[in-house]
Design a binder for this molecule. Structure first.
Ligand code: HEM
Length: 149
């Protein structure tokens, strides 16, 4: 199917441009993007190298989080952190799709524990291994006492 001259493209026609897309796809197969050396912030990243980046390097950067070592929930008040600096769920098109579900679960859990129990850690200085997720080495045992109503 071909269009007459002066006719505008539309969605339906684009869906039929299979051969043009096959040509494009073949070009990307032979010359895929991102397989050349490139320079980022003065660092040369050679072709075929793999990069490892960890969330905590960004979360602990004092340019983005004042006193990064300090536990300070009020830093999330107002506009909160700058875009792409708080990224426990990733960012962009592959961002965690379970974010809102996780938020619901965490808030329901917190609500019930805080309202129903007093709790204390069995080992107040229990070590936490980060590999790469934080895991308490003894399983974080706690003592729970129901609140008296
Ligand atoms: C506090 C809890 C959670 C955290 C911190 C978390 C974090 C993340 C992160 C960092 C990624 C990678 C994002 C990226 O590549 O940019 C991810 C991906 C993903 N998460 Fe979560 N997640 C959580 C809970 C959940 C839950 C509850 C579900 C499902 C019910 C879920 C489903 C997924 C899936 C399917 C992906 C892969 C998305 C993709 O590759 O397109 N996550 N998550």
């Amino acid at each position: 199917m071909s269009k007459g001259s002066g006719e505008l493209l539309n969605w339906e026609y684009i869906q039929k441009m299979q051969y043009s897309w096959n040509v494009t796809t073949e070009v990307m197969r032979l010359a895929p993007p991102l397989t050349t050396d490139f320079i980022y912030e003065g660092f040369t990243i050679p072709k075929k190298w793999k990069l490892h980046w960890s969330t905590s390097t960004t979360h602990m950067n004092p340019d983005y989080f004042l006193d990064p070592e300090k536990f300070n929930p009020s830093r999330f008040e107002g506009d909160g952190p700058r875009p792409y600096t708080f990224i426990p769920f990733g960012r962009g098109p592959r961002m965690c799709p379970g974010k809102e579900f996780a938020r619901l679960e965490i808030l329901v859990f917190l609500h019930n524990v805080v309202n129903r129990f007093k709790w204390e850690l069995v080992f107040s200085d229990e070590k936490i291994n980060i590999d790469p997720m934080p895991v308490p080495v003894k399983g974080l045992p706690i003592r729970l006492q129901p609140h008296k109503f």
